[in-house]
Design a protein around this ligand. Structure first.
Ligand SMILES: Nc1ncnc2c1ncn2[C@@H]1O[C@H](COP(=O)(O)OP(=O)(O)OP(=O)(O)O)[C@@H](O)[C@H]1O
Ligand SMILES: [Mg+2]
Length: 313
């Protein structure tokens, strides 16, 4: 196992290609060389192994990756539900590795809204949609009239003003996730985290929920991190980061084409490999096989390009 260690500055990990939203600003989320090791009996499971990630204020990104790659582990850390074993995690003014218990409670209540994949986990079954949205505001002590007005406004934003008296059991899965988004936004958190929010929905309903998250991001300027293993979602946001084996490996950017800027044609996407703070890049397995690279390579600079070729004995 690689030794957990301190890393370089967050700025040195920022992708060098194509400007991202907020690239010129201080990142809102900075994860540097994050490790998460779970101990199960005598076994160690390394869920995150040196993960680097920066997210700008007001950005919406998707985290994609195979089952077991560490997506939920990362989201749980960002939510303050779990703490990393090593590395740096900063969200706004919070240093997530150095918080007291009461700061963690405060962080979860004020800074973060969370949406789970399981629709039933997000809402209280015996409360109406309106009461569900009001509940976080009851807990944070806002006045009754203010919280009812805010809950109505949010249910309107998510397109459910005609369903405010309904309990979750008579709402569809997509409607329940819309209410869950309103609940998560109740206390005006600057950060919204969603772990596979469309996982239990059909494709069409899932797309609508994603559109809603994009709209919330645009209208409320909330920073949003959505976890998914649906590749279609990756292309519906500006930036998608792929996690492989507990490490950020690839970034997919939606490039707004010139044609679209002048009112035509749709966007295209481009995929980049991430260069981490230590200069490591993951080479996709199929390219390693295609070039017959084996487990040792010679790295050369040729005409301003970097070439990898198989090492000769
Ligand atoms: N509480 C835990 N105790 C032990 N191992 C865990 C725990 N939580 C996660 N893991 C392990 O850490 C690794 C990453 O799990 P994680 O749940 O983050 O993956 P994921 O990318 O969210 O997968 P999925 O797409 O299936 O939800 C897996 O090997 C998993 O078994
Ligand atoms: Mg998961």
């Amino acid at each position: 196992m690689t030794d957990p260690k301190k890393s370089g500055s967050a700025a040195s990990q920022a992708p060098a290609v194509a400007a991202q939203p907020g690239a010129d600003q201080t990142p809102y989320i900075t994860c540097s060389d994050v490790f998460k090791i779970y101990k199960v009996a005598d076994l160690e499971v390394v869920a995150l192994r040196g993960l680097d990630l920066t997210v700008g204020p007001g950005e919406i990104i998707a985290i994609v990756g195979a089952s077991g790659s560490g997506k939920s582990t990362l989201l749980n850390i960002l939510a303050g539900f779990d703490s990393p074993s090593a590395g740096t995690v900063r969200v706004g003014k919070f240093d997530l590795l150095n918080m007291t218990r009461s700061e963690v409670v405060d962080y979860r209540r004020r800074e973060v809204g969370f949406i789970w994949q399981q629709t039933s986990r997000n809402l209280f079954p015996y409360l109406s949609a309106l009461e569900n949205v009001e509940l976080p505001m009851v807990l944070s002590g806002s006045a009754p009239s203010a919280r009812t007005a805010r809950a109505r406004e949010l249910l309107d934003l998510v397109g459910l003003s005609h369903r405010i008296k309904h309990r979750p059991e008579i709402l569809s899965g997509g409607e329940q996730q819309r209410v869950a988004i309103a609940v998560a936004l109740a206390n005006r958190p600057p950060l919204l985290l969603a772990d596979e929010p469309t996982g239990e929905l059909d494709d069409e309903t899932g797309r609508e929920v994603l559109e809603l998250l994009n709209r919330v991001n645009q209208e409320l300027k909330t920073t949003i991190v959505v976890v998914t293993h649906d590749p279609a979602i990756a292309t519906s946001v500006e930036r998608a980061i792929a996690i492989r084996d507990g490490k950020t490996s690839t970034e997919i950017r939606r490039m707004v084409s010139y044609a679209r800027r002048i009112g035509g044609q749709s966007d295209r996407t481009r995929e980049f490999q991430i260069v981490d703070a230590s200069g490591r890049v993951q080479v996709p397995r199929q390219l390693i096989e295609l070039a017959g690279l084996g487990d040792r390579v010679v790295v050369e600079a040729v005409d301003g390009n970097v070439i990898l070729r198989p090492a000769e004995d």
